[in-house]
Design a protein. Structure first.
Length: 480
C-alpha cells in the first residue's frame, strides 16, 4: 500500500503550528468507512455456542470518533475485532469502504490496552513493525516512524526499550505504531485503562488536541471503553452495548457538544447522566455514580494569584533538590485537571474525586512546584502562568515549555551541562551514579536517574542508551 506522508513536518522542539491546520472532515457528510449489517458472533464454549453479539448494524463514517461503550463482557472487544477483520462474524457482514472483509481489514490499525510492545525492540523498531508487515522499504519506514514518534511526543525516546518507559510512554509507542500506517480508522481497545488516572488524562487530552487540529493521520476513530466520562469527552457518537442476554446495540447517542469539551458544563454532566441511565437500563433519574459536577472553582485560568517568589537557583543543588518520582505524563495530567478547574483546586477534593490517595498525587504536585508550573497555597494547588500555558499547549509547545523549566532542575541541568562539555556529547551513567552516591542511597540514586532520564528525554535535552548505559546530548539542548 502506498504510504501517505504525515501532514505535519518534523519540528524537533520548535513550536508546533500551522502545518496541519486542516480540520478533520465532519461526521455528517463523511464517507462510510466501516459497516456491519446483521452481525452476530458466538464463541464455541463447553456447553455449545456462546452468543456474544446479535443484530449489530453499525456504520463508521469519515470524520467521526465512535465510542463503543458497555460493561465488561458486553462484547465490545469482540465487535472491535470483527471490525478489524481479526475474527470473522458468525453471520452477517463487515465491510470496509463497501467491500466485504475476507481477512484483516487493510483500513484499520489497533491500539491495545496492554500496549503489546516487543520488549527486545527499541521504540523506533516497535513503531516500524507495523510498516514492516506491509512491506514498506527500509528508508521510507524509518522516515515514517520518525514522523509518528514526533507527532505523539516520543521524540527523544527512539532508542529506549519498553522496560525503560513509564506506562504512559509505552502507550504512546502503541499509538505511534498504529498511527504510522496512517490507517483510515484507528481502533482503540480501552487504551487508557491500564494507565494511572493522571497519565490517562494527559494522553486523552493530547490525542484530542491532535484530532481537533487536523494533525491526526486517520479519518475516523473507534474507541472501546467502559468509562462513560471518557466516551462523552471524546466521542461524536456513543454506541451503548447492552449485555443481556447478549450484546446488542441498546442505543446510539449523538454527542454534539462543542470541542474542546467543558466537563464542568451542565450539558456535559447532563449527557453523562443520560448515558448512565441508558447503560443501567433505567429510565428514571438517577442516583448516579457518574462524577458529580464540582463546585465552581475560584480564580481565572492561567492567572497566578500570588506568584511565588522567584527561586534562587544558585541555592538549589543536586543534593538538596531531589527529583520527585513523577513521570511527565503524570504531572502533565495533573496540570490539565487543575486547568480544567480554572487553574486552582483543592488537592484533597481532587484526590477524592479521582479516587486517589492524596499521597499518590504528591510526587506530581512536587514536580509541578519544582518546575515552576504550580504553587501550593494552603490546601490549594495553583497553576502559575507558565503552568497554565503548559497545560493548554499542544505536544510540541508543551515540550518547549517543559524543556525551559526542566533545564533549571539541578540534576537535569547537571546532566545536560556535563554532556555539553564533552566533545563527543556522551557521558556514562556511572559518572552521575558516583556523583549522586555522595547524597543518596543506591536505591534513591536509581530513582533520581530514572526520573532525570524520563524528563531529559521528553525535553529532548539528552537521550539515554541502556546499552552501554550512556547519556547522549540531544538537539533540544542546543536551543536553550
Ligand atoms: N475467544 C473467546 N472464546 C470464548 N469466549 C470469549 C472469547 N472472547 C470473549 N469471549 C466471551 O465473550 C463475551 C464478550 O467478551 P468481550 O468481547 O471481550 O467483551 P468486553 O470487551 O465488552 O469486555 C465474554 O463473556 C467473554 O467471556
Ligand atoms: Mg474488552
Amino acid at each position: 500500500m502506498p504510504l501517505k506522508i504525515f501532514r505535519k513536518p518534523r519540528t524537533g522542539t520548535a513550536t508546533g503550528s500551522a502545518a496541519g491546520s486542516a480540520k478533520p472532515p465532519r461526521a455528517a457528510d463523511g464517507e462510510v468507512l466501516l459497516e456491519t449489517v446483521g452481525l452476530t458472533k458466538s464463541y464455541a464454549g463447553a456447553d455449545g455456542e456462546l452468543p456474544v453479539l446479535a443484530g449489530i448494524d453499525l456504520k463508521v463514517r469519515a470524520g467521526e470518533i465512535v465510542a463503543l461503550l458497555g460493561k465488561s463482557g458486553s462484547g465490545k472487544s469482540t465487535l472491535l475485532r470483527c471490525l478489524a477483520g481479526l475474527i470473522p462474524p458468525s453471520s452477517g457482514t463487515v465491510a470496509y469502504r463497501g467491500a466485504p472483509l475476507t481477512g484483516a481489514n487493510p483500513g484499520t490499525a489497533m491500539v491495545f490496552q496492554t500496549f503489546a510492545l516487543l520488549p527486545w525492540l527499541t521504540v523506533q523498531q516497535n513503531v516500524e513493525l507495523g510498516l514492516e508487515a506491509r512491506g514498506v522499504p527500509d528508508e521510507e519506514r524509518a522516515r515514517a516512524a520518525v514522523h509518528a514518534i514526533d507527532l505523539i511526543g516520543l521524540d527523544g525516546f527512539e532508542s529506549a526499550y519498553p522496560k525503560e518507559l513509564s506506562g504512559g510512554m509505552r502507550q504512546r509507542v502503541g499509538f505511534a505504531r498504529a498511527l504510522v500506517v496512517e490507517p483510515d480508522v484507528l481502533m482503540m481497545d480501552e487504551p487508557f485503562s491500564a494507565l494511572d488516572v493522571l497519565t490517562a488524562e494527559n494522553l486523552r487530552g493530547e490525542l484530542m488536541e491532535l484530532w481537533e487540529s487536523g494533525q491526526f493521520p486517520t479519518r475516523a476513530v473507534v474507541l472501546v471503553t467502559h468509562n462513560i466520562e471518557e466516551a462523552v469527552l471524546m466521542a461524536d457518537r456513543i454506541v451503548v452495548l447492552g449485555s443481556r442476554p447478549y450484546g446488542t446495540i441498546r442505543e446510539t447517542i449523538d454527542v454534539g457538544l462543542e470541542r474542546p469539551r467543558d466537563r464542568e458544563s451542565e450539558a456535559f454532566q447532563d449527557l453523562i447522566d443520560r448515558v448512565y441511565r441508558i447503560m443501567t437500563g433505567r429510565t428514571e433519574a438517577k442516583e448516579t455514580t457518574a462524577p458529580a459536577a464540582q463546585a465552581a472553582p475560584g480564580g481565572e485560568p492561567g492567572r497566578a494569584a500570588g506568584r511565588p517568589e522567584p527561586v534562587d537557583l544558585d541555592k538549589r543543588t543536586v543534593a538538596n533538590t531531589p527529583l520527585p518520582t513523577a513521570t511527565v505524563d503524570g504531572f502533565s495530567g495533573l496540570a490539565e485537571l487543575v486547568a480544567h478547574r480554572g487553574g486552582r483546586c483543592d488537592l484533597a477534593d481532587l484526590s477524592d474525586e479521582l479516587g486517589l490517595d492524596i499521597d499518590d498525587m504528591l510526587p506530581q504536585v512536587d514536580a509541578l512546584d519544582l518546575l515552576g508550573f504550580a504553587t501550593i497555597q494552603g490546601d490549594d494547588l495553583l497553576l502559575t502562568d507558565v503552568g497554565g500555558a503548559f497545560a493548554g499547549a499542544d505536544v510540541q509547545e508543551s515540550k518547549t515549555l517543559f524543556a525551559r523549566a526542566a533545564i533549571q532542575v539541578p540534576l537535569v541541568k547537571l546532566i545536560t551541562n556535563s554532556l555539553r562539555r564533552q566533545p563527543e556529547g556522551t557521558v556514562r551513567a556511572g559518572f552521575f551514579r558516583d556523583l549522586l552516591a555522595h547524597h543518596y542511597t543506591s536505591e534513591q540514586v536509581e530513582q533520581q536517574l530514572e526520573t532525570a532520564t524520563d524528563w531529559g528525554r521528553y525535553a529532548e535535552l539528552y537521550m539515554y542508551d541502556a546499552d552501554p548505559e550512556e547519556y547522549r546530548l540531544d538537539e533540544g539542548a542546543a536551543l536553550l
